[in-house]
Design a binder for this molecule. Sequence first.
Ligand SMILES: Cc1ncc(COP(=O)(O)O)c(C=O)c1O
Length: 480
Amino acid sequence: MPLDPDSSLSLYLQLADALAGQIEAGTYRPGDRIPSVRKLRDQFGVSLTTVLEACRVLEDRGLIVAKAQSGHYVRPRPPRPRSEPEQSKPTSEAKRVDASLAMKLNLGIGNPQEPTLGAAVQGPELMPIAALNRLLGHVLRHQPTACHSYDAPPGSAALRRSIAQRGADAGYLVGADDIVITSGAKEAVYLSIKAVTRAGDTVAIESPAYYALLEVLGSLGLKALEIASHPRHGINLDDLARALRDQPIAAVALVSNFSNPTGSCMTDGAKRQLVDLLDAHDVPLIEDDVYGELVFEGPRPSAIKAFDQSGGVLYCSSYSKTLSPGLRVGWAIPGRYQNAVELLKLVVNQATAVAPQLALAAFLDSGGCDRHIRRARLMYRNQMTQMIDAVERYFPETTRLTRPEGGHVLWVQLPDGVDAMDLYHAADPLGIRIAPGPMFSPSDGYRNFIRLNTGFPWNETTDHQMATLGSLVAERTSGI
Ligand SMILES: Cc1ncc(COP(=O)(O)O)c(C=O)c1O
């Protein structure tokens, strides 16, 4: 490759351009070692100084890096940030729900020692286990009779008072008597939906939607109407308004903050508008807010309940995501449906176990909860960043993803034609769990989406699993 000694461009710049051209053409790829300075001297017939000058120019241009005792390497290209999925476009027909898919899949739930990308669960590092154990022991020792007796709805007064005090952070001002303790948020959602619907009714939901909500609708014989939703801002209110005009809708159900699976978070303006819209149609809202406290930065986003004047919002949450899913303690603030929800709670399982309620009340009062959540938010933010980086590093460039600002799930749109169920079946035997998109739709939609759990501290195994998953996606992309 001769250089031109008569050119006005100096030899070292000509050499730098020639090498840059080879890098551009892919002759040397990111991470490759370029020939040694001696070899370049011989190949191009120039002095060592000229080669060293050319290398310095390429380093300045960010194309190569020098490694001590080893030579020059093509700098790995920073991955291009991926775009986000577009607003969803579900069909506008209400459907009966068969949510049995989730039951058939292995999402890796139940063993917090083993990180999973499938189920939306957190690692033990994200739970204040030792403090909660101490308090459980304490209440069992000091209030043994209460802990072993039947409780009755609405549940422990001490816990309801603590929950009511914390409500101001989410913008709702309620008294302890407005709260019904439940066995997790799932039960709160189940009781709330059951309180406001009858079999055959239609419930409008965001799309994609949390799969356990689909299970509730299916088990109550309800139809789901999927409403278009934005991956960052949640449900589309124009589409919802049109649906409310066009057909009878018994209730709306959604996750207001850091939704599952997209991580979307409604703005305050949209929350207020939604309440006004539903009041105008006299339709109740079931608000699931289990992730609101897990905002990565700044104040916790408001609950929709904060804008509710008429009592039409049935607010549901729990301590499963913030403190411990195994204690099974959640709550509902059912507004004007309080009596109905209390009665249903009594019918279904009498009351939530007493010891976890008392231990959590003591933990909340001690200030331990706030300290834990402050620490957990930083960890969740870091874990989300690592997961987004891994998708950008290992998955094909046409992959899209959300950028949640809280919570611990990431919604990934695979390149066109890559089937999430096929990917699930390829990954499962390798011990890699993922939640495939069709779980989140009653109409088998989202076939090229997956949800990734970011609830565990990053480690080498997770990194390796993401690299493997990226290769599985790439294989399926090149086959298209
Ligand atoms: C949106 C949402 N709601 C509710 C739950 C379940 O909450 P709990 O364990 O308190 O019943 C989950 C768990 O993944 C969730 O993601």
